[in-house]
Design a binder for this molecule. Sequence first.
Ligand code: ZN
Length: 76
Amino acid sequence: MRYNKQTCHRCGAETNSLRASWFNIHLLCCDCRQEEAAHPLYTYAQHVEFVKTQTGNYFFAGIGLPVDIQTKHCRQ
Ligand SMILES: [Zn+2]
């Protein structure tokens, strides 16, 4: 079996599956997705994206990465 390794945009980990962030345009590994899902602004970010697509904006880049997550990943 051949794995196609990809790199998480946020933490730099190698992973086999990346998914889009709800906060910005990053593609995330499983750990970073779980971190987002536990964040207090997660449901708000999903709601805003839903509203934007309902009004025809399919290029919405997200509400922006919350400062606490930014700070955590910039310290590395
Ligand atoms: Zn990650």
